[in-house]
Design a binder for this molecule. Structure first.
Ligand code: SF4
Ligand code: SF4
Length: 300
């Protein structure tokens, strides 16, 4: 099962269609290709996929990421993504069972979409993404020969995708914005990559971070938000995830999406200025030293 979710790195642009496109497809138990799509996987996960799966398994996001996923780079310039780790020495999904998907109610977005691919579209400098789709026809999948016609919009409803797409929207916008600002801004620093990874995918670590003393000294967090972040029910974790996207818009793109505590912001600005001055001083000293060392040769 492959996932052409954001195919800008592919030289082949698939045919794009909109949600009204009617497709012929049905997947059903008893079909001759049962489970073949889950036997050879390449599945990228959204933050909401991870949230649902870690809750389903009753483990923290940190443990989930460690045991069930591998990180990858979505772009050469290093936008962190997360994929399912297949079974040991194999290509099958760890959740595949003879009777079907072992996490069906919480299966990821890519599994729900198959055989439709979501192509997120975004015009340069536009902050709104539009959705377009592509149909993936793989030889092994016999679902295309089943006599059912359904529009992509209805298929998305059937697969519970409106909720999944809505809750991944903030993350998709971050990825698209980062891609479109890519080479002109340069490769992101290790620290910003780590922040992106933690805030997008490791919600339990982000919770500790967002409720830490240092964080709440710098960012204005309401009492209601604090109470929400401390809860671990689904609704609260979704709110925390969306706050994480807001946080990343602020730290990666300089948007004022979270109000800063005035004193702490001033203090931080002073520290940054002092650090920059110190770096400039050191660079000037090095330059002067290098010129001193070269001077005798110039006189010769
Ligand atoms: S999560 Fe379920 S549907 Fe998706 S690849 Fe694994 S077994 Fe298949
Ligand atoms: S019809 Fe396609 S999606 Fe369904 S089990 Fe077969 S290969 Fe997988």
């Amino acid at each position: 099962m492959s996932q052409p979710e954001i195919p800008f790195q592919s030289p082949v642009v698939p045919n794009m269609v909109d949600g009204s496109k009617v497709i012929q497809f049905q997947c059903r138990k008893g079909i001759s290709c049962w489970n073949q799509c889950c036997s050879n996987i390449d599945i990228s996960l959204t933050p909401y996929d991870i949230l649902r799966l870690k809750r389903r398994l009753g483990i923290s996001s940190t443990v989930f990421l460690d045991q069930y996923t591998v990180p990858y780079e979505m772009e050469k310039e290093g936008i962190a993504g997360v994929k399912f780790k297949p079974i040991e020495k194999g290509t099958a999904c760890r959740f595949m069972q003879p009777e079907g998907c072992g996490v069906y109610e919480d299966r990821p977005t890519a599994c729900r979409y198959y055989p439709v691919g979501l192509l997120s579209m975004r015009k340069q400098d536009e902050y709104v993404d539009r959705d377009a789709y592509a149909l993936v026809e793989e030889d092994h999948c016999k679902g295309h020969q089943e006599p059912r016609q359904i529009s992509i919009d209805d298929y998305r409803q059937e697969q519970g995708l409106p909720e999944y797409d809505e809750l991944a929207r903030g993350w998709r916008q971050l990825v698209l914005k980062k891609k479109s600002s890519g080479p002109s801004v340069g490769a992101p620093s290790v620290k910003s990559r780590q922040l992106f990874f933690m805030a997008c995918y490791d919600i339990d670590t982000f919770r500790s971070f967002a409720t830490s003393e240092n964080f709440t000294k710098l960012f204005k967090i309401t009492e209601e938000e604090k109470a929400t972040f401390a809860n671990t029910d689904l609704e609260s974790e979704v709110a925390l995830m969306q706050f994480a996207f807001r946080f990343l818009r602020q730290v990666l793109f300089g948007e004022m999406s979270i109000t800063l505590e005035e004193e702490a912001a001033k203090e931080r600005l002073e520290k940054v200025k002092a650090k920059r001055l110190q770096e400039e001083r050191e660079a000037a000293e090095k330059l002067a030293q290098a010129e001193d060392n070269e001077a005798p040769f110039e006189d010769d």
